[in-house]
Design a protein around this ligand. Structure first.
Ligand code: SAH
Ligand code: SF4
Ligand code: F3S
Length: 447
């Protein structure tokens, strides 16, 4: 084969979309004859799939890149690729900053990697950041897990949250057809995968760019319709989806989750702030009252459902009182997990230009207070598992304690228990919980 004996290494930053893109790009490289190499310093091709959601994510990329750029001076046939969201944001400027780069490619171009590399091997330095219609994936991703898999259902985001770079770097919404999604899922079921997470930055927007509407005037293809269409794929025991947007979240979706046995009782619904003025400035399109109603409705249908979210501390202009509204929401809702971050001004986003930015010390103080509360509430939620028998889908060995395996409950709690991975991988087993921590639980296998 053409690239035989050549080795590649992919370093992935950022969210599940990037992880899914990396798996597809790894699939392309392997189809081209490259072999995976875990040490970037031994690879012939190094690809950074980058994230720019906050400044520290972006800066991390530059420090990694610097090291490889140096190596290229000694090893000129090294191929250096920057993909993902920093690539899209910086484009040509990245080449000026790091002239050693061979290829700069935005997320919409992930499926075109072979084409683009061909141009590189023909002697060009390539920048691929123009918006394109994402072509259906024809190569098989090289997936990290053999048990759980991601399936993109909608790319991009049409929201304009005032702090967020995602619409700039991921482009406009592009939904895949229900048929293409089902075909990919069916193939995963055939290959022995047990769990699939459907992915979208705003997954509730699924289908609004596809043609067709119902007699009641709603879009023909909604996320709810899709769940009814793909919930019973042979072999796929568990179905998840992420990320939900409170603005578009419907009761119909909650009903579908309750009704369809394979759809897990876990919802990831970021609220970002518990204060209505801040939510308005963020352009989120809902109030904290609406958010609370969504969670209450979920709990009416599925009292044990787990709810996770994202929140931002120190948005421009946030007062102490407004921040306390966020703390209050967390106390009242009882989240299983909240991903938190201090606000970070991002290029080409409205909020970054406002003159009411908070100091780093206020932001980091609020972030710490937020994290303390999140740990306490997560631990309180973990406590409900103590003494209970839960269903765990076993995914891997526990690297820190090889006598244990790890998996997740349907509610997505990370669970450890003693066992042999060779016997248990991919199996759904009953585990009695004997020990809890804020973000994980431990138990014993039940026969
Ligand atoms: N599409 C998802 C979130 C995608 S980004 C949604 O709408 O909720 C993931 C998380 O990063 C966001 O939920 C937000 O909490 C955080 N985030 C995004 N931009 C940020 C910024 N400029 N500063 C700090 N956190 C940010
Ligand atoms: Fe960003 Fe808002 Fe889109 Fe989420 S919904 S990706 S926060 S713009
Ligand atoms: Fe980061 Fe891009 Fe995801 S900015 S969070 S990798 S969409």
């Amino acid at each position: 084969m053409k690239n035989a004996n050549k080795k590649y290494n992919i370093v992935t930053f950022g969210c599940q979309m990037n992880k899914a893109d990396s798996e597809r790009m790894a699939g392309v490289l392997e189809k081209m004859g490259f072999e995976a190499e875990s040490d970037p310093n031994l690879a012939d091709l190094v690809l950074y799939n980058t994230c720019t959601i906050r400044d520290n994510a972006e800066q991390k990329v530059y420090s990694y890149l610097g090291r490889q750029a140096k190596r290229k001076h000694k090893q000129p046939d090294l191929t250096l690729v920057v993909a993902g969201c920093v690539a899209q944001q910086e484009g040509e400027q990245l080449l000026r900053r790091v002239p050693e780069l061979d290829l700069v490619m935005g997320p919409q171009h992930a499926n075109r990697l072979e084409d683009l590399l061909q141009q590189v091997f023909d002697g060009s330095q390539v920048v691929a950041t123009e918006p394109i219609h994402i072509i259906e994936d024809i190569t098989k991703p090289r997936r990290d897990s053999s048990v759980t898999a991601w399936v993109n259902i909608i790319y991009g985001c049409n929201e304009r949250c005032s702090y967020c770079v995602v619409p700039n770097v991921r482009g406009v919404e592009q939904s895949r057809t229900p048929e293409a999604i089902k075909a990919e899922m069916t193939e995963l079921g055939r290959q022995g995968y047990k769990e699939i997470t459907l992915l979208g930055q705003n997954i509730d927007a699924y289908g609004r760019d596809l043609p067709g509407s119902t007699p009641e005037g709603r879009h023909k293809h909604t996320l709810t319709d899709l769940l009814y269409y793909v919930h019973d794929i042979p072999g796929i025991d568990r179905l998840r989806f992420s990320t939900s947007h409170p603005r578009y979240f419907t009761e119909r979706l909650i009903k579908a989750c309750k009704e369809l046995p394979n759809v897990c009782e876990h919802f990831h619904i970021p609220f970002q702030s518990g204060d209505n003025e801040i939510l308005k400035a963020m352009k989120r399109g809902y109030t904290h009252e609406k958010y609370r109603r969504i969670i209450e409705t979920i709990r009416e249908y599925m009292p044990d459902a787990s709810i996770t979210a994202d929140a931002i501390a120190g948005f421009p202009g946030e007062t102490e009182e407004q921040f306390e509204h966020t703390l209050q929401l967390i106390e009242d809702m009882g989240f299983d997990l909240v991903n938190t971050a201090a606000y970070s001004p991002r290029p080409a986003t409205p909020a970054a230009l406002w003159d009411n930015q908070l100091s780093e010390s206020i932001k980091s103080d609020r972030l710490q207070r937020l994290n303390r509360l999140v740990t306490v509430t997560a631990e309180a939620r973990s406590r409900r598992y103590l003494g209970r028998e839960v269903e765990v889908l076993v995914e891997a060995q526990n690297i820190k304690d090889p006598t244990q395996v790890l998996g997740r409950t349907r509610s997505n709690r990370l669970t450890f228990f003693p066992g042999k991975i060779e016997e248990l991988i991919g199996k759904t087993v009953k585990v009695k919980i004997t020990e809890i921590r804020a973000f994980s639980i431990t138990g014993e296998l039940q026969k």
